[in-house]
Ligand binder design. Structure first.
Ligand SMILES: Nc1ncnc2c1ncn2[C@@H]1O[C@H](COP(=O)(O)OP(=O)(O)OP(=O)(O)O)[C@@H](O)[C@H]1O
Length: 488
């Protein structure tokens, strides 16, 4: 349903002629002014690359604007001896029936260009109820092409901020202030929608009445250098052992590792973990060297009766003090290969001729024991943990600024690419920051929670709280986890 459109008292009505739509234009001054505004705004937007070429191109090539320009050129052709244009009737055969008032459309374009992050939709507040609605969706614009936003949909939440009673200008501010990250918009109409849009890109998705959908932008191509760590963390030696003798693995990424992550959207539902069901897996993700393993280790140390890591598998022979199923599950290479073929590993790698991996079964063992399993993963492993079986709650460990890391890591050591332990250098911090930014850019749609690892104590407390909430409070999860389909 199209909402009422505010009409301009200065603009004239449309009439239908026998060959098409007849436009009676009485106020040429305002039309000229509007077009001048539009062109100035477009120029400004292009210069600043504010809204992307695609939106500008589609808007400027919209038939209604072309029509306006034709009207404009006709009106500026001197028609009488005084050189002024009298009110005329202009026959617009190509005018879209959907466009009811070109002056309003031009103003809308102007408004859109002024607020680029609304991405082709405008909002309005119901003065009686205080609720915020999608007022217009520009025909052919990005919002329109997404097929998700409809005029009349009620806006519930933007970027986690409830919008009830909030001034539309403030909502725009929320969007503008977060324009480099995702801007999820949750609407209610005949269905719940959770729409994530980033910059100028929208992705289309089917309409699912009475369900919730999350639409997320992501790069079509996932770069392979986005913050991969130097080692498989499962190979990390216990604290106190010499780093020089520790074993590290080279990552082996399955060829199809990005397949399901490349889906442009996923349907989500609100999910409350049932106390009698196994706990949700906690998967920590973050750039190498930031302290993901340190946080995981500390969490388990806080209460080993509640939190536990998964026991990795390896093909190397056990050492005399090691017991199968405690430090590692010791298996043959053939067994390991079979597990790889059967997709039983969340992550695996090879070091000095031996294979190491964290298996789904090792995680399930911990969950079956009633404990909360906490693992750290590489981005490629997201696909293996975001399943109906493990229901991973993904926590991104985010770097603070380089300057903050310099202060907090003064006495800490990093494992370098040649696997020695050394004090952090400035370039290490820069690398961590870059890797964190990369990860966030490409995978943030999968993060259930973000913790900045600045002070270790504070980060630990936040982790503890987040892990408890993941089990105790309702969370958005993929609908396929709750209602498995053939594809899931
Ligand atoms: N907030 C912090 N303040 C000070 N030191 C920290 C902090 N977080 C981690 N560290 C230290 O930084 C070093 C690297 O941490 P950790 O080994 O956990 O990194 P990581 O993210 O697991 O990376 P990788 O797996 O590549 O080794 C460790 O010495 C750890 O104690």
């Amino acid at each position: 349903m199209r909402p009422d459109v505010e009409t301009d008292p200065g603009s004239a009505p449309l009439e239908m002629g026998d060959k098409g739509m007849m436009l009676h234009i009485a106020n040429f001054g305002s039309l000229t002014q509007i077009l001048a505004h539009v062109i100035a705004e477009v120029r400004g937007s292009v210069n600043k690359d504010v809204n992307g070429a695609e939106l500008l191109y589609s808007l400027l090539n919209a038939p209604w604007l072309q029509s306006q320009l034709k009207v404009e050129s006709i009106l500026h052709t001197p028609t009488n001896s005084q050189g002024s244009s009298p009110p005329v009737r202009v026959h617009l055969l190509f005018f879209s029936a959907a466009i009811q008032n070109p002056s309003n459309e031009a103003r809308e374009l102007y408004a859109l260009l002024s607020h680029p992050h609304l991405q082709g939709a405008t909002i309005r507040r119901d003065d009686v109820t205080g609720e915020i609605y999608i007022a217009r969706v520009i025909h052919g614009g990005l919002a329109d092409r997404s097929g998700l936003l409809h005029a009349g949909d009620r806006l519930v939440e933007v970027n986690g901020h409830p919008v009830f009673g909030v001034e539309p200008e403030q909502i725009i501010q929320i969007l503008v202030s977060t324009h480099t990250v995702y801007s999820p918009i949750i609407c209610w109409s005949t269905a719940w929608y959770s729409v994530t849009l980033q910059k100028e890109l929208w992705w289309s998705q089917p309409y699912h009445p009475h369900t919730c959908a999350i639409l997320s932008y992501k790069s079509v191509f996932f770069p392979h250098n986005s913050g991969f760590r130097r080692s498989l963390r499962l190979c990390r030696q216990p604290r106190g052992q010499a780093f020089g003798t520790s074993q590290f693995c080279t990552l082996r990424c399955p060829t199809n590792c990005y397949s399901s992550l490349a889906k442009p959207y996923e349907e989500v539902v609100r999910y409350q973990h049932h106390p009698e069901h196994p706990h949700r897996l906690i998967a920590l993700l973050g750039p190498s060297g930031l302290g993901v393993n340190e946080l995981r280790r500390r969490l388990i140390e806080i209460n080993p009766k509640v939190y536990q890591g998964a026991v990795p598998h390896t093909t190397r022979p056990p050492k005399c003090h090691e017991e199968s199923g405690r430090e590692y599950h010791f298996i043959s290479r053939e067994q390991f290969d079979t597990m790889v073929c059967n997709h039983r590993f969340i992550e695996f790698g090879e070091l000095r001729g031996h294979l190491y991996g964290t298996s789904v079964d090792a995680v399930k063992d911990v969950l079956a024991s009633g404990k909360i399993c906490v693992i750290d993963i590489e981005p490629y492993a997201l696909e293996s943990v975001r399943t109906a079986e493990l229901r991973a709650h993904v926590i991104f460990i985010k770097p603070p600024t380089v300057e903050q890391m310099k202060c907090t890591r003064m006495n800490s050591h990093i494992i370098t690419s040649d696997y020695t332990s050394q004090p952090f250098k400035d370039e290490d911090f820069q690398e961590i920051e870059d890797a964190g930014r990369n990860m966030e850019q490409h995978y943030c749609q999968f993060f259930d929670h973000v913790i900045v690892n600045d002070g270790l104590q504070a980060a630990c407390v936040q982790l503890l709280t987040a892990v408890r909430r993941a089990q105790d409070e309702p969370q958005w999860v993929p609908a396929a986890w709750i209602r498995p389909t053939d594809q899931s």
